[in-house]
Design a binder for this molecule. Structure first.
Ligand code: AN7
Length: 351
């Protein structure tokens, strides 16, 4: 049957009624790609899979939450949505608002957004405000605005965002035929780790799975408030999507970690870029730097011999590599310019 998005597929597990509109772009149903290189690296006959969330309609996992948040906003009679964003939430909000025919306002930290995401927010017709501050400042502002004005907040503090995003867990369990042993995921505002954990717990309660994975979350070293145990006032990382110093779902992320007996740790920008390039070079999978944080964490833990027996591991690749073309170009040698002469080109390519 034709895939019609996560609300249609998982309505039984979502807070909707027959009256809830379905603002969808057929999000979800993303591939779970086997990684030969990472499986070998982890060893013991383990299997590593990449959940390629960059293949959602706007190129990130945010669409799973946004389809529901915007549908519920419409159901409640709202005609406008607002969010703060490190980029992907704004791209998704702008897109689904366009589809729903409602107004969208996005507050972005000035000069700290990957180009592709800004392009998306703008082309979908959102009103874009650049805040001369960081994501945490912008989130503070939209929280206040949504309290004072008739505009629906669609950051992940909106519970419908979490509800929609939990469907990622359902898909993984179905694609594997079981839950993974370990779930690796980047952590920024901490909504996604919260959502995945909720999803796994609900499938266990429903009797669809009989065990739960360990939740393995990774922050960037320069933006690791949960790991350090305090707010980071000036978060810094090349992984701009997770450049967040005071995550909204901090407590819930700790709960996911503790209940699952997992880990929230941090990885350096250097390790993030190493994983980012490795995925592109060795697996043909292009994700954005923030997504590579989960894989950087996996590589680091494999090096430390964290895994002692065969394990099924899923890494969530949260966003597409094309979101941040500048970073890709900066990460590699620049193309050689040659005169249009056959012998010069042949010489360059080694024939
Ligand atoms: C690619 O768009 O916070 O821990 O405003 O874009 O649920 O925040 C994005 C976050 C990981 C972290 N990977 O997820 C935003 C925003 C990518 C992301 C995260 C984000 P959360």
């Amino acid at each position: 049957m034709r895939w019609q998005g996560i609300i249609h597929r998982y309505k039984k597990y979502l807070p909707i009624t027959d009256e809830t509109p379905n603002v969808t772009l057929n999000e979800g149903n993303t591939p779970l790609v086997y990684s030969n290189f990472l499986s070998t690296l982890v060893g013991h006959g383990s299997k590593v899979f990449l959940k390629y969330e960059g293949l959602n309609p706007t190129g990130s996992f945010k669409d799973r939450g946004m389809t529901l948040a915007v549908s519920k906003a419409l159901e409640a009679g709202s005609d406008a949505i607002i969010c703060a964003s490190t980029g992907n939430t704004s791209a998704s909000a702008a897109c689904y608002a366009a589809r729903a025919g409602i107004k969208c306002v996005v507050l972005l930290p000035k000069d700290a957004i990957a180009l592709g995401k800004l392009a998306q927010a703008m082309i979908h017709g959102a009103q874009v405000i650049a805040v001369d501050g960081n994501f945490d400042d912008a989130l503070g502002l939209v929280r206040e605005i949504s309290k004072k004005c008739p505009i629906t907040l669609v950051n992940s503090i909106n519970p419908f965002r979490i509800e929609g995003q939990k469907t990622g867990s359902f898909e993984i369990c179905e694609q594997l035929g079981m839950p993974p042993d370990y779930h690796f995921i980047p952590v920024g505002n901490a909504g996604n780790i919260t959502a995945y954990w909720k999803g796994y717990k609900e499938y266990k309660k429903a009797g669809i799975i009989d065990k739960l994975p360990k939740m393995m979350g990774y922050q960037a070293e320069g933006a690791a408030p949960i790991v350090r145990g305090h707010i980071v006032k000036k978060p810094e990382t090349i992984a701009t999507a997770i450049r967040i110093g005071n995550p909204a779902s901090w407590k819930q992320a700790e709960q996911a970690r503790d209940e699952s007996k997992g880990v929230i740790d941090m990885v350096s920008d250097e390790k993030i870029l190493e994983a980012y390039k490795l995925l592109a070079n060795k697996e043909g999978v292009f994700c954005e730097p923030a997504s590579a944080a989960s894989v950087a964490g996996l590589i680091e833990y494999a090096r430390r011999k964290y895994f002692k027996q065969p394990a099924t591991i899923v890494c969530i690749l949260t966003g597409h590599g094309l979101k941040d073309p500048d970073r890709a170009i900066k990460s590699v040698e620049q193309p050689k310019v040659v005169k249009p002469k056959l012998d010069l080109v042949l010489n360059e390519i080694g024939y």
